[in-house]
Write a protein that binds this ligand. Sequence first.
Ligand SMILES: C=C(O[C@@H]1C=C(C(=O)O)C=C[C@H]1O)C(=O)O
Length: 263
Amino acid sequence: MTKEYSLNHTREQISALDNELLALLAKRRDLSLDVARSKEVDIRPIRDTQREKELLTRLVKQGREQGLDAHYVLSLYQSIIEDSVLNQQAYLQGRANPALQKQQYTIAYLGARGSYSYLAATRYCERRQVTMQDLGCKSFDEIVQAVESGHADYGFLPIENTSSGSINEVYDVLQHTSLSIVGETTIEVGHCLLAHPGARLSQIKTVYAHPQPISQCSRFLSHHPELKLEYCSSSAEAMEQVFASNEMTVAAIGSAEGGHSIS
Ligand SMILES: C=C(O[C@@H]1C=C(C(=O)O)C=C[C@H]1O)C(=O)O
């Protein structure tokens, strides 16, 4: 058996297992809708934290016996259960409001289409089968005011990130409002240096960015002291500055997805 054949053969086995895993996940999802139907009849809440606790304890123990790391099993099943709960919610909402298959909410967030807050809000709404009417704001204060005044149904605020920690400005804003946190989500932040097509890193002289991405990219920026930083109120604004300029010497820090949405 050649090395190449052996690798291909093993990969085929892995792919076959992945297909089985997906089919099992889809089956589990269907069963959770059966559970939702029975909860609808018995008038029971969707979330059953006791059942979740028992399930996770048993799975972590069984996983350990099979050599699987406890954190791995836990995070895997937390995602699976989240999906199951979201599906049940969407199903029951659809049943309660058959005419309104998709609810529509106005969501206030920092920046404009393409900002990280916009991407997070979009994904949050998609997962919950909610149609988002987006209301871009210039500051965290403006987001809170939009909700307090009734211009928006919900506000989306970044609380913390794993590389630069808590976003203190947001904690300050939260201290001066009676609004409550009703949901949360996490997104992976992958920064890119976005410039005009054909521009090379060696040509870039000015980088537009929000202070958060600047702090998150401090290591990269410390290797490029020649870059002049221009602070912006959001990543979306940074990208717009570059988009509006004809210069090949300007770049913005933002997400690849955001860059696509703006170009
Ligand atoms: C499926 C259920 O609904 C929810 C989802 C669970 C799951 O996906 O395992 C467990 C408990 C509930 O929070 C259930 O109650 O069994």
